[in-house]
Design a protein around this ligand. Structure first.
Ligand code: PMP
Length: 306
């Protein structure tokens, strides 16, 4: 990905994509402490617009706060920078990746005295779990790896090191012929996917695991809001893996994954084994919202040219 035209925002400057490099002795590369976001901009009725930009930027800065990383830029600067990256790269719709990491001033576990850096890149990225996945649903495996415990890693943070656990789970699922993993928490309840939150539908009601070990997903929050506004009862609660087997419908949510139906878990067909009616309703509503077609949610869109 490194050798291409374009601009990357790097510590306050837009620089050439291929010049956005760091040293091999960077602290984050050795000990895994970085925090990041995944954000999407859509081609909307208002022009290109970033979905829930303030919420993503707030989560990014909160992730940094949790790990006591002193970020040399405020939220307003980072929001403007994200808009500038989309604009300057001439992108109509894209995925954005803001990253905060520790520099190469010294090694040793303590990050004291190590400079905090920030970069923002953006590039086109289609359906994360495939177009077929969006339309027909994916096959998921319960992971043999457990999701983070709340007092081992700080799960409110979206931190680079957390994704070692996601990679283990995702590698295992793909190697076994599935499309994605579902991880359980340390007590054996459903937590989330390797990069997505999970929902089930049972008798017309929507359920998602409460915010213990899973990420406080912005798409999760959007779906809960959209569902309630559509009159669909939506609750956060503990969910067991056999509740997912017996659900009428299930789906993943995430900035990258958007709304992706789950048609099978551990070789048990969920519902009819296709994208169910409530999933379809919520997925359609979600795509209308992100594309600016629903005026009630325009406040979730920040046009990059405004
Ligand atoms: N859980 C994990 C582990 C993730 O990586 C993501 C993607 N950021 C999500 C959930 C979904 O979060 P969001 O909807 O904010 O992208």
């Amino acid at each position: 990905m490194s050798d291409r035209d374009g601009k990357i925002w790097f510590d306050g400057q837009l620089i050439d994509w291929r010049d956005a490099k760091i040293h091999v002795l960077s602290h984050s590369l050795h000990y895994g402490l970085s925090v990041f976001e995944g954000v999407r901009a859509y081609d909307t009725e208002l022009g290109t617009a970033i979905f829930r930009l303030p919420e993503h930027t707030r989560r990014l800065l909160n992730s940094a706060k949790i790990f006591q990383m002193k970020v040399p830029f405020d939220a307003a600067t980072l929001e403007e920078a994200q808009k500038a990256v989309v604009r300057e790269n001439g992108l109509k719709s894209c995925y954005l990746r803001p990253l905060i990491w520790l520099g190469d001033d010294k090694l040793g576990v303590s990050p004291r005295g190590v400079k905090v850096h920030v970069m923002i890149a953006a590039w086109p990225w289609g359906a994360y779990l495939g177009e077929d996945g969006i339309n027909k649903g994916i096959r998921v495996k319960t992971s043999s790896y457990t999701r983070h415990h709340v007092n081992v890693s700080m799960v409110r943070a979206k931190a680079g090191g957390h994704y070692i656990n996601s990679i283990l789970a995702n590698n295992e699922a793909l190697a076994d012929g599935y499309d994605e993993a579902m991880l359980l928490d340390t007590e054996g309840y459903v937590s989330e996917g390797s990069g997505e939150n999970l929902f089930i539908v049972k008798q017309g009601k929507l359920y998602t695991p409460d915010l213990a070990s899973c990420l406080d997903g912005i798409t999760r929050d959007s779906i809960l809001t959209i569902a309630r506004n559509l009159g669909i009862e939506a609750r956060e609660k503990r969910i067991t893996r056999d509740e997912v087997y017996c659900a009428d419908e299930a789906f993943f949510t995430g900035t990258a994954a958007e709304v992706t139906p789950i048609r099978e878990l551990d070789n048990r067909v969920i519902g009819e084994g296709t994208r169910g009616p409530i999933t379809t309703k919520l997925q359609t509503a979600f795509f209308d919202v992100v594309k600016g077609k629903d005026p009630a949610y325009r406040h979730w869109l920040q046009p990059v040219n405004a």
